[in-house]
Design a protein around this ligand. Sequence first.
Ligand code: FES
Ligand code: FES
Length: 133
Amino acid sequence: MQYSDKVMEHFMNPRNIGEIENASGVGEVGNAKCGDIMKIFLDIDGDIIKDVKFKTFGCGSAIASSSMATEMIKGKTIQEALELTNKAVAEALDGLPPVKMHCSVLAEQAVKAALIDYSKKNNIHIPELDDVV
Ligand code: FES
Ligand code: FES
């Protein structure tokens, strides 16, 4: 299996690892197929994602995808984070092997799960999240 330099680099030196205490939103998703688990913590101020951290118990691609996804939404608005797709994460990593694409799906889902948690805690309705479970 061929991994891009970027995947290897984010795997060896992941950004934004850790937890946020009293996070505005926390999302945890698991992949039934491989058993890997990804947790994303968001610190949201107004409309801005001020900080984001992750904890991933999973394969190298899942760790690289989490690292890249956190970099891509840090400092962005909620709306921009909602637009983050697994494809964009994989592209930013210069691609993932086909059997590893689900690792990037996990990152998109974890970000959305954290935003759902945030919206529930704050009684905010985010229409884009209606069809995400
Ligand atoms: Fe293969 Fe853990 S399941 S290394
Ligand atoms: Fe399952 Fe990577 S192999 S998240």
